[in-house]
Write a protein that binds this ligand. Structure first.
Ligand code: KIV
Length: 293
């Protein structure tokens, strides 16, 4: 299974050494991800939902991008990931694939597109691989999703699993509580992580898990763990790009503890839009240099 890779990708693109390793212009694969764990090298993952933003991250050397169903909140204006459809996921994943040359693109299986049965999961994942050209899919759940993971992997579709806080179950969780606190919860999380590894997942996201438990899971698995709100000891770290870049408007202005904002894009973009509006209203844009004669 291959991703659609545009011809002529430059070989000298800035790279994340762990996964690109100076190997020319081909896309990162799940084998590169496995090799990074074996070498003990950490790697970054960002979400992306459109071609232009994805191309910026690709040029910056982000080796793995997730077309996350966080697009529900971050891109489509919903208040959770639950309403996102397979068609929306397919359209935006195809855009991200078109905008990138190097990164491994992983697409989320949206809520309702895989829970029914392993066969339903295979149908949805096949659609994403064929129509959008992604290199892997992600789905939520540990032991409960093992059958789905096994069938997808048997069919040749790499799967990233997702345990801990699984946002598609927001109604069951009743919010976003930190996971794995207490002995029974910690044991269940370890069982879930082992179950997805045994089913053939190539990596597993640990979301909102105590740092101590995430470290233990990371030590226990031979596949990489990708942390979000799971402390510093995971093999990789993922952030929703709009959170990472300071685009997200948080309720009450309270940025969650696990988010680090590496830019203030919301402020910068608002300032640019206000300046444009002032220039138009004041008649200073377009000026002579922007005009044709
Ligand atoms: O949808 C998403 O962006 C995710 C990440 C938070 C891991 O699942």
């Amino acid at each position: 299974m291959t991703q659609h890779t545009p011809a002529g990708a430059p070989a000298d693109r800035p790279a994340t050494p762990a996964l690109y390793g100076g190997k020319g212009s081909r896309r990162v694969t799940v084998r590169d991800v496995a090799a990074a764990k074996a070498r003990g090298e950490k790697w970054p993952m960002l979400t992306a939902y459109d071609a232009m933003t994805a191309s910026v991250f690709d040029e910056a050397g982000i080796p793995v991008m997730l077309v996350g169903d966080s697009m529900g909140n971050a891109h489509l204006g919903y208040d959770s990931t639950v309403p996102v459809t397979l068609e929306q996921m397919t359209m935006l994943s195809a855009a991200v694939v078109r905008g990138t040359r190097r990164a491994l693109i992983v697409a989320d299986l949206p809520f309702g597109s895989y829970q029914e049965s392993a066969t339903q999961a295979l149908r949805s994942a096949t659609h994403l691989v064929k129509e959008a050209g992604v290199g892997a899919v992600k789905l939520e759940g540990g032991e409960r999703s093992a059958d789905q993971i096994r069938l997808l992997v048997e069919a040749g579709i790499p799967v990233m699993a997702h345990v801990g806080l699984t946002p598609q179950s927001v109604h069951a969780f009743g919010g976003h509580p930190v996971q794995g606190r207490g002995e029974e919860a910690a044991h269940q999380l370890l069982r879930d992580a082992k179950a997805v590894q045994d089913a053939g997942a190539f990596a597993v996201v640990l979301e909102l898990v105590t740092a101590e438990l995430a470290a233990e899971v990371t030590r226990s698995l031979h596949i990489p763990t990708v942390g979000i709100g799971a402390g510093p000891d995971c093999d990789a770290q993922v952030l929703v790009w709009t959170d990472m870049a300071g685009m997200t408007e948080w309720p009450g202005g309270r940025t969650p503890r696990f988010v680090k904002e590496y830019a203030q894009l919301r402020t910068a973009l608002g300032r640019a839009a206000r300046s444009f509006a002032e220039d138009v209203v004041g008649g200073t844009y377009p000026a002579e240099e922007h005009s044709f004669h």
